[in-house]
Design a protein around this ligand. Structure first.
Ligand SMILES: Cc1ncc(COP(=O)(O)O)c(C=O)c1O
Length: 453
């Protein structure tokens, strides 16, 4: 018998009345075996609602899915055919842990648009920028370490931080993104507790979920604060080329190549299904990142890398990005117009100049998490604000994503949402308060569902 091994319960085994046993429960006989780090990996109750929300009659303003229909499938298939004909032997083989050399050179050219001028060796290709977030947290954070993130912050990053048992300190945003005063205050408080954050995680451009962008002077201020505190910045930038007026903000990393790790992705500028992203890391960090990447996946998929590389070499990729910008601008406009038309007084929202998301703040006293089942019943879905906070805050807010539905569907979805909010307001005025005698639906501290990154 293997030491420490306990036989799993068989499916038919009787469980104690509570459904729990030292080994597990009927649903999961392995329950007691999981590592502590999995305790934070829980699916939220709203996950099941999203199963309903994916029905065709529901307008989903929840998922941040790119509009792949705007990409020509003929272009993709001829690119793949071309790639296989010219580099098929390489594409179907293992590759190097930090990614294809030529693709890393191409990425250097692309990030030049954001003012970044790395050496190709500073680029590590990853399986989407999500993997870069995972690797960075893995190499920097022990359980109990502190990191700083905007409030609200990207739900997928919070999931990674939770999985590595990292403590997240949220720092408030204002209309220009991460608030420097709040950041200084947070660093001061942490220092007083003898804590040094491992990094500040920020999305300065077309923020997910807040739909805000940091102006250049704000970026500089954030950078100076972090430099003087000696804190690394993780700059997450999957939407940077998707500004509706064509303006490309300069990255924080363009001002400091040692103190900032920059993350990019082809998910929004080409296709999410290709699963290729990257990190531009300081010299010292790239070795550890590559070793961590090798232990996770050996190498990023050569097939995907060479497909995107061939696409960049042979297709007018900037024209495609312009098409995406137009599509998303039209949808942003539809969303903002519909919000103006259908939202009751007391509701406010951000006005994104790029990216996929609008952050809506509901009238005082309302609860976006508790309202979700009613919204889904009214055939509209969104992500409750609580999903974007580590600590259960954000109840009065919701995130709307306009990237996927057609403009007419967006208008219809926002009209339905307006109806739901008005109904909630009526109830609130009648009964004085909400949140009483309503189904308990929580999205706090857990992963909302696959459709909502
Ligand atoms: C802010 C942010 N970072 C990272 C990601 C992950 O993107 P991917 O792994 O597809 O590159 C997303 C996806 O929506 C995102 O919004």
């Amino acid at each position: 018998m293997v030491l420490g091994y306990r036989p799993a319960l068989k499916a038919g085994d009787m469980a104690p009345p509570s459904g729990e046993s030292p080994l597990g429960n009927r649903l999961d006989p392995h329950l007691s075996r999981y590592a502590k780090r999995t305790h934070g990996m829980t699916a939220s109750e709203i996950r099941s609602l999203f199963a309903v929300a994916s029905r065709p009659e529901v307008v989903s303003l929840a998922g941040g899915m790119p509009n792949i229909a705007a990409l020509s499938m003929e272009t993709v298939s001829s690119t793949v055919a071309n790639m296989l004909a010219t580099r098929g032997q390489v594409a179907l083989q293992y590759g190097s842990g930090n990614g294809d050399q030529h693709l890393r050179e191409q990425i250097c050219e692309m990030v030049g648009l954001q003012g970044i001028a790395p050496h190709p060796d500073d680029v590590i290709v990853t399986v989407g920028s999500q993997m870069a977030l995972d690797l960075i947290t893995r190499i920097f954070c022990d359980p109990g370490d502190v990191i700083i993130a905007e409030a609200p912050s990207y739900v997928g990053a919070l999931g990674v931080f939770r999985a590595y048992q990292v403590e997240v300190e949220h720092v408030a945003m204002d209309e220009h993104g991460l608030n420097p005063e709040a950041l200084r205050e947070c660093l001061k408080t942490l220092a007083a507790q003898g804590k040094t954050p491992k990094f500040v995680y920020t999305i300065p451009t077309f923020h997910n979920p807040a739909g805000l962008s940091q102006p250049q002077d704000r970026r500089m201020e954030i950078l100076q604060i972090c430099q003087s505190a000696g804190v690394l910045i993780i700059e997450d930038d999957p939407y940077g080329l998707l500004g509706f007026d064509g303006h490309i903000p300069q990255a924080i990393r363009s001002h400091d190549s040692d103190g900032v790790i920059y993350l990019g992705s082809f998910s929004k500028t080409f296709a999410a299904g290709i699963r290729v992203g990257w990190a531009v890391a300081p010299h010292g960090v790239r070795e550890k990142l590559t070793l961590a990447a090798e232990s996770a996946v050996l190498c990023p998929p050569a097939f995907s890398q060479l497909t995107i590389s061939t696409y960049l070499d042979t297709q007018p990729w900037m024209d495609q990005i312009k098409i995406f910008r137009e599509v998303y601008r039209e949808r942003r406009d539809a969303t903002l117009e519909a919000l103006t038309q259908y939202m009751p007084e007391g509701t406010t929202w951000t006005h994104p100049t790029g990216g996929f998301y609008v952050w809506v703040t509901l009238p005082e006293g309302m609860d976006g998490t508790a309202m979700l089942p009613r919204a889904v019943t009214a055939r509209v879905a969104y992500v409750p604000g609580t999903a974007f906070y580590i600590n259960g805050d954000g109840r009065q807010s919701i995130r709307l994503s306009y990237s996927f539905p057609e403009p007419d569907r967006i208008r219809e979805g926002v009209r339905r949402l307006g109806g739901v909010i008005n109904e909630e307001l009526k109830l609130m005025h009648t009964f004085g308060t909400l949140g009483v005698a309503r189904p308990s639906v929580s999205s706090q501290g857990s992963t909302p569902g696959p459709d909502v990154v």
